[in-house]
Design a protein around this ligand. Structure first.
Ligand code: NAP
Length: 247
């Protein structure tokens, strides 16, 4: 049984999809949750109110563009003031803007790397002092199999997700002496808004040994394990959760 009582988790991009599932799973294990999102106030409030009511935990929403360094700093200051500290950071916020390299706009490369990769750096920096003070912490970065194998049409996204893997290992090494673990999750195809326009599902299923797309809850279960003390000896690791797709 995973136990996150008396822990405060900051989860970016938690207004829907994988982030919302992680917030719910953490709350079901007893954690208080800070739900960060970019713009959809209504969706974030819906996630917050459902979680708070169902699990009787403290849950608050914060509008925060993770690509903006000072916004991340201010938001974490608000979380610390509201919750008394931060114990777990999940860097989940992410976007895609797919195109082949020869047609990809420079602005689309920058937008994706700024949100996906720089966003993780911004949030690790903003939460780092909390972890150092407590001499304990968990950082979980959501990468992708796209960052492991590279996918055509995703020069920006694959690069950002590969960068997250390197950043995870750097943070694992730099924070290890403070008893802070940092790991990455590399999902395959998970059923969310991000993948709803992928096209013919049958084609994807052919390449997935387990013959199904993943559910946000599959990723949330793994994130909860990495947040829990039962994974305290795992750091700098990248765990694929893809039905066997990228093996
Ligand atoms: P999603 O359904 O599109 O949700 C994305 C979330 O990120 C939303 O809450 C969105 O907030 C938030 N967000 C986007 N840009 C942001 C920004 N600049 N600052 C703060 N929040 C921002 O995506 P998902 O499928 O759940 O994906 C979650 C993570 O898993 C991403 O990092 C993605 O790359 C990764 N992943 C997904 C899959 C998959 O198959 N779905 C596979 C591998 C990896 P708003 O709604 O307010 O915009």
């Amino acid at each position: 049984m995973l136990r996150l009582e008396n822990k405060t988790a900051v989860i970016t991009g938690a207004s829907r999809g994988i982030g919302a599932a992680i917030a719910e799973k953490f709350a079901s294990c007893g954690a208080s949750v800070a739900i960060l999102y970019r713009g959809n106030d209504e969706a974030a409030e819906k996630v917050r109110s459902e979680i708070a009511e169902k699990y009787s935990v403290k849950a608050e929403i914060y509008r925060c563009n993770v690509a903006d360094f000072s916004e991340c700093k201010k938001t974490v200051e608000s979380v610390v003031s509201d919750f008394g500290g931060v114990d777990i950071l999940v860097n989940n916020a992410g976007i895609t803007k797919d195109a082949l390299i020869m047609t990809m706009e420079e602005s689309d490369f920058e937008a994706v790397t700024d949100t996906n990769l720089k966003g993780c750096f911004n949030m690790i920096k903003a939460c780092g002092r909390q972890f150092i003070k407590k001499r304990r912490g968990k950082i979980i970065n959501i990468s992708s199999i796209s960052g492991l194998i590279g996918l055509a049409g995703q020069a920006n996204y694959s690069s950002s997700k590969a960068g997250i893997i390197a950043l995870t290992k750097v943070a694992a090494k730099e924070f290890a002496s403070k008893n802070v673990c940092c790991n990455a999750i590399a999902p395959g195809f998970i059923m969310t808004d991000m993948t709803k326009d992928l096209g013919n599902e049958e084609d994807f299923l052919k390449s997935i040994p387990l013959k199904r797309l993943g559910k946000p809850e599959d990723v949330a279960n793994l994130a909860a394990f990495l947040a829990d003390e039962s994974s305290d000896y795992i750091t700098g690791e990248v765990i694929r959760i893809d039905g066997g797709l990228a093996m």
